[in-house]
Design a protein around this ligand. Structure first.
Ligand code: GLA
Length: 401
């Protein structure tokens, strides 16, 4: 059943207009996507309930404001005039209505499509010749964010797969620019080249056609058991891509699943801290109303959100690493540095980070971003970190040692 707040749906928001120079996603996108929790089992009421939960939990006000409907929202075929249509059973009011509802709640509307002939779930894709039609329809529905997946991209004679993907994503980018609406473009191309020799090349041009890109494997789905291995796998493929991140260009290691089952409390907190350090998009994929309170606090931790959303747009660098722990340092716009240490082991570890490895010296003020406690040091940061936990601080010069 739809929420009572549906009664007061606002009229469609005036379209933000876009020009080729409109800056988009100057900080990493934040929000929610249904996929890792619900898979194809989505309906309008599920999306509405999660949108309402983003608002009622306070997460929306903290920046988690883009609600994206992933795969399986469409009817199995286009209509007689070649347009995509929402599955009338799942989305009885249609997508323009949904966009209007989300805008009325102060949220943004994201949608999923695919650069190939079919989505990963087998629904009609935008490729190779529906990009303009679909982008125009998305704009008319009030879409603010497009996740363009890369399943079923057909090889073309005489062209490499990289060129084929590039041309498809360029076509989509042009269609979005021509749509007249400012629509963030989330590119999935690099994920289809992970492990191959052209992976970094694909990431490079993804930043020219979109604002964020998935560069590797999907995060484990809800109900698949333990999910920590998946979180660390995605962290590990993402952590070395520092040079690609900048305002308007973000590496996307996939969804935040903190508090959604399959992770311990410390594992959930670690994912939030590591994603914030990596300036990753913070896109929850969970049943928001059922996220446990500790994870909700981690997701809503304004100090961590500030690290993620820092306007300098730098991704943390790994400054020390072994099989037990990684140390990450992120330079922030005001001269501060965020530092995190993740404990990969299954036991509590005493960890020490010398200031020299962080690139700071003298007396430093350190704020523990979990407790808010302030300490001053001129030598090292120390912490006892639980199994799969992460210590995280914000350091400022000029402490009171
Ligand atoms: C791919 C993507 C996922 C999701 C599914 C939908 O696997 O990586 O995030 O969008 O397709 O079918």
């Amino acid at each position: 059943m739809l929420a009572a707040s549906l009664m007061g749906v606002a009229p469609a928001q005036a379209s933000p207009t876009a020009t080729s120079s409109t800056p988009l996603a100057l900080t990493p996108p934040m929000g929610w996507n249904d996929w890792a929790h619900y898979g194809c089992n989505i309906t309008e009421s599920t999306v509405v309930a999660n949108a309402d939960a983003l608002v009622s939990t306070g997460l929306a006000a903290k920046g988690y404001n883009t609600v994206t409907v992933d795969d399986c929202w469409m009817a199995r075929s286009r209509n007689a005039s070649g347009h995509l249509v929402a599955d009338p059973g799942k989305f009885p009011h249609g997508m323009a209505w949904l966009g209007s509802y989300l805008h009325g709640r102060g949220l943004k509307f994201g949608i999923y499509e695919d650069a190939g002939t079919a989505t990963c779930g087998g629904y009609p894709g935008s490729g190779p010749d529906h990009f303009a039609t679909d982008a125009a329809d998305f704009a008319s529905w009030g879409v603010d964010y497009l996740k363009l997946d890369g399943c079923n991209v057909q090889s073309q004679p005489g062209k490499s797969m990289e060129t084929t993907y590039r041309e498809a994503y360029e076509a989509q980018a042009a269609a979005l620019r021509n749509s007249g609406r400012a629509i963030i473009h989330s590119v999935s191309a690099p994920a289809y080249f992970q492990g191959g020799s052209s992976w970094r090349s694909v990431i490079g041009w993804s930043g020219q056609v979109g604002q964020l890109w998935r560069e590797g494997a999907d995060i484990a789905m809800y109900g698949q058991g333990a999910r920590w291995g998946s979180v660390m796998y995605n962290y590990d493929y993402n952590k070395g891509l520092t040079s690609f991140a900048s305002p308007g260009n973000w590496n996307d290691p996939d969804f935040l699943i903190a508090g959604d089952g399959g992770l311990s409390t410390d594992e959930s907190r670690s994912q939030v801290a590591l994603w914030a350090m990596m300036a990753a998009p913070m896109i929850l994929s969970s049943d928001v109303a059922r996220v446990d309170s500790t994870s909700l606090a981690a997701l809503g931790n304004t100090d961590l959100i500030a690290v993620d959303q820092d306007p300098a747009g730098r991704q943390a660098s790994v400054v020390a690493s072994d099989s037990s722990e990684d140390t990450l340092v992120k330079q922030l716009s005001n001269g501060d540095r965020a530092v995190a240490v993740v404990n990969r082991t299954t036991g509590t570890r005493s960890m020490s980070v010398p200031l020299s490895s962080v690139g700071m010296s003298g007396c430093v003020r350190a704020k523990d971003l979990w407790t808010g406690a302030i300490s001053n040091t001129s030598s090292a940061l120390t912490a006892s970190v639980p199994a799969h936990g992460t210590a995280v601080w914000r350091l400022s010069a000029g402490g009171g040692c």
